[in-house]
Write a protein that binds this ligand. Sequence first.
Ligand code: NAD
Length: 291
Amino acid sequence: MSIQIIGVVGAGQMGNGIAHVCAQSGFDVRLLDANPDSLPKAIATITGNMDRQIKKGAMTEAAKAEALGRIKTGADYAIFGDCDLVIEAATENEAIKREIFKKLCPALKKEALIASNTSSISITRLGASTDRAAKFMGMHFMNPVPVMQLVELIRGIATSNETYEAVKELTAKLGKTSATAEDFPAFIVNRILLPMINEAVYTLYEGVGSVESIDTAMKLGTNHPMGPLELADFIGLDTCLAVMHVLYDGLSDSKYRPCPLLVKYVEAGWLGRKTKRGFYDYSGPKPVPTR
Ligand code: NAD
């Protein structure tokens, strides 16, 4: 099974990164988003990120032009008709993802594969909502996609070996390293990372430390490149909360209870970097802690 044309549903921070890396690695890309503003924004982001790679000497102007020329955008699922694989990278909400698969499946050729970039939702359940559970699996890229080395691969109970091998081979062609996880809530990376972030929000909520002291403590005390609150803003607080809900509901253990302060921030629409406010305020030249 050879993958040559790749579709991406969702052109947010992950979708544009996935499109970027696929196009840069020589694949033709079809990118779709429900929000018409997202597509030009995604192309502008990819262009800016490629310019940064050029400045660092990691890409040439010619390679940039070629890669950008491989990305086609659209709002109609018919653009996925010639795709060998479609990667779903829309908002972390099961109802939204199911709705996408309902529209996507009839537009695909019958041998096409589907992967979801979900951070936490059951791959088996998502696969069962499609017409091709054997050709469905999790392909969990890390943020920012052009920079991060890992792709977590998750097989649902019905995923065929052929599908898994094809996606694993593609991961290597994208210059990434894969780690395989079983299909349990939040897989490996977020099963470990998100409870730590949630605990950092509790630490703030209970007044144990300020935003600055919590992030400084974890950066310098545990050698993490980013503090947990800075990282939460980077991931998106809505995504963080959605993952905690999946852990709490899926494992029925109170240790995964989302911190009420995280819930409050999401209710306020303070989702982190993408809305210019989360645990830090990003409206000025430097992020300013909000607590
Ligand atoms: P985002 O909010 O930046 O982007 C989501 C995009 O999906 C938006 O552009 C939105 O318009 C689009 N969308 C919403 N409903 C849609 C629909 N019905 N059809 C088509 N497009 C639709 O979110 P993100 O951070 O890019 O996250 C996307 C996915 O990637 C989620 O499943 C998330 O859990 C996963 N993920 C996120 C991170 C991270 O650090 N943010 C890391 C790994 C995986």
